[in-house]
Ligand binder design. Sequence first.
Ligand code: ISE
Length: 336
Amino acid sequence: MKKLNVGVVGVGAIGRTHIERINNKLSGARVIACADCNADFAKSVAEKYDLKLFEDGEALITSSEINAVIVTTSDSFHEQYVLAAVKAGKYVFCEKPLAPSAEACKRIVAAEIEGGKQLVQVGFMRRYDSGYRQLKDAIQTRKYGEPLLLHCAHRNPAITEPWDNASAVENSMVHEIDVLRWLLGEDYSTAEVCYGKSTRKAKEGLHDPQIMILTTKSGVRIDVESFVCNGHCYDIRCEVVCEDAILNLPKPATIEVLADTVRGNAVDADWSTRFTEAYNVEFQEWINGCNAGHVDGPSAWDGYACQVAAAAASKARDTQTIVEVTCEEKPSFYQK
Ligand code: ISE
């Protein structure tokens, strides 16, 4: 069986989880090397996981020992390493967002088209969650009629990153921006962001919660509650109101606990446990694809389209207006 030799650039947080996932749980690949701008830290990670340490991301990417690259640096470095991998003709998995701006994503799209082969996959893991997959299957059959409205929520317990109004859209709700256009199979036409009353727990620069309203090209209306620091739970909801039925994202199956005079089901503490299985499926499919000579997941084009919508939502929030989402025509290169 083929084994993909993977190098990870950026081992600060989720990068290490991916190393463990690939080397301990999945098959068909092995992470053999890493690089990080924090040299001492990179050394400790390389020692811990028995990896070859490269002095920088570019050296790792161009090494003949590496067949595929995972980019899990901070967002602002994604473009540089993804472009280097595309230039080297290597498969590259980049955590979301592909790049912080639509322009940067566009440069990646252009480089990939110029190289003539699809190499980039963006880490929108919700597409691999079995609940979202069931929803998509149910919608696609049209057994329940056309989808008309979507009511969604994306609630986080705590702030682990420096959150502000922009990151609430571009780093958190970007998951809904991706998964809902995938679920419905169409792009957005407008975006709007409304503020409600803000929690006392919101740090300066963050209005929390906020509601993003998207309209798709066919007229489906979507509302997404984003609550990035509610202080008590991680909760992801997606209710699809169709002509003949209401479809709901299944809640993760967890044990029922009876304690302290309450009967209830355990909930996930954060996204890392809520989507563990989705990450496993995402990486196993990526590995299988790379070994078979293709990537099928969220593409650089999807990464670009999401940042266009995110930028429109951010503008809508700052100007408190409804903003058109104007995405360019999808190149034939990305038509499946
Ligand atoms: C985080 O970066 C993620 O990707 C999570 O899935 C999301 O729920 C969270 O809001 C982000 O901060």
